[in-house]
Write a protein that binds this ligand. Sequence first.
Ligand SMILES: [Zn+2]
Length: 397
Amino acid sequence: VTALAIEKIGLLVTCDPAAGGGPLGAVPDATVVVEDGAVVAVGRSPVVADERVDVGGRCVLPGFVDSHTHLVFAGDRADEFAARMAGRPYEAGGIRTTAAATAAASDDELRRLAAARRVEARRGGTTTIEVKSGYGLSAAGEARLLRLAGELTAETTFLGAHVVPESFAGRADDYVELVVSSMLPMCAPLARFVDAFCEEGAFDADQCRAVLSAGTGAGLVPKLHANQLRPGPGVQLAVDLGSASADHCTHLTDADVDALAGSGTVATLLPAADFSTRQPYPPARRLLDAGATVALASNCNPGSSNTTSMAFVIALAVREMAMTVEEAVRAATVGGAAALRRTDIGRIGPGARADLVVLDAPSYTHVAYRPGVPIVAGVLEAGVLRYRDPVLWSSGH
Ligand SMILES: [Zn+2]
């Protein structure tokens, strides 16, 4: 076995509070030892190793875990964004525009577009990414998107109940029946999670319950888009069904907050969507103070959040949602891992996958303090240096 030492780490964020250094387990002057793609040791003394990477006193974080994206799509909705910024409200129905553009694109075109977005995310420090279907809206269309998503990640989600397609207008129950009886058998082998969009204009609580229950019966883990545009039954439904996460959580009652805090369901907040739809931001402070587990994710999609940048999401969470920098970094790493029911990512410690982000900065605070500029010097995935910024990697600071 070849041992790789990542050394001269000025500040190592382990996300393990037992390591000392506050809620992020931030260890100064550290070395990380990697074998077979996994972390075997974290320490402060010199180590024996076959290969060495000197990061020159920079801060190193666990790779970001982006637990909510819609990465496989064609077309863009820049005109819709511009109109919205000029005053037109956001509606769930815009999803059909992307579904039509995606249906018209070839597999190779979708593969090329999604791979480019995956590279963009990696350059921003994302080492694990969840990808949903939801622009296919037919058994063959959804299965195609899940197959393409599966080429990029193991964290795939069947979202057949994203929006009611035009051909089922006024017949949402019939469409849900199609999702359960025809799409699910084809898609379940290609997915790890099942998801639905619980919202006026999309699906109601009974319809979402039918989809998630059937998905659970087919061996998938439930998730739910809940309480994005107005208060609603989504969060309580997600908790009732033992979902891994309730995503959005923008409009919450006290009962919703209590339900999340008393459950194993992660509140996944997507502030880049609230930014791009000019919605209020989710009540992160109430969730954290109540003891809920919070994740931050990009929700990358062409309609409501066309970004892969977890640094941008962290900056929004700190500036607009009163999360501390430490809370935001945890939510973007271990929080995202919890939303994916993973314990081997989102942290740096023995047994974890060696997914590391080298910042061109002395502290993790710079992720929020230096908004909108490239700050990632390098990214390792499973111990392999997958990205080196051509300028930042060699510049020092
Ligand atoms: Zn979404």
